[in-house]
Design a protein around this ligand. Sequence first.
Ligand code: AMP
Length: 189
Amino acid sequence: MRLIIMGPPGAGKGTQAAFISEKFEIPAISTGDIFRANVSEGTPLGLEAKKFMDAGEYVPDEVTNGMVRNRIAEPDAQGGFLLDGYPRTLAQVEELDGMLADTGAALDAVISLTVDRDEVVARLLQRSQEQGRADDTEEVIRHRQEVYAEQTEPLIAVYSQRDLVHEVDGLGEIDVVAERIHTVLRGLA
Ligand code: AMP
């Protein structure tokens, strides 16, 4: 299966991606995780990405697209994958279309996690205080939500036109949300 999980920052995409990955035996590919790994290793890619990430902005498409193209070409992704955090812009959608066309593969579904925006911001603020992430200020957290609303939310309409979107209520206990997602995916298999 080739899947995308979408939702605003803080919706719980990463947590749910890990469950889906285990259950359906496909790698969960998180561009945010790949960037963070590069930042902590101090690679040139990490140094480039960090300034955008710290400001709550998107890393430029040229950087992100090449990274994803390489990752989905790896052997473990040949039987399917779950993309978490990509695509995030219309240009990335087109790029992903091209990558899939090159390999003759197609997307099976887009899981759209829906959550209440204020609830999510409150959750993220609490997390940044608990974990002492001083760089995650309220301003940056709110800015990330705005960037998502402007640049990424429109992608849901694009994939809806292709009949790929399955909306899943992202509020509630983690395992309850996971079960909602599994119900959708079982219906596809
Ligand atoms: P995430 O963990 O998915 O919220 O990603 C953390 C940060 O990495 C984002 O705030 C962006 O700065 C950057 N990032 C992750 N994925 C992408 C993407 N597809 N395009 C551009 N920037 C990204």
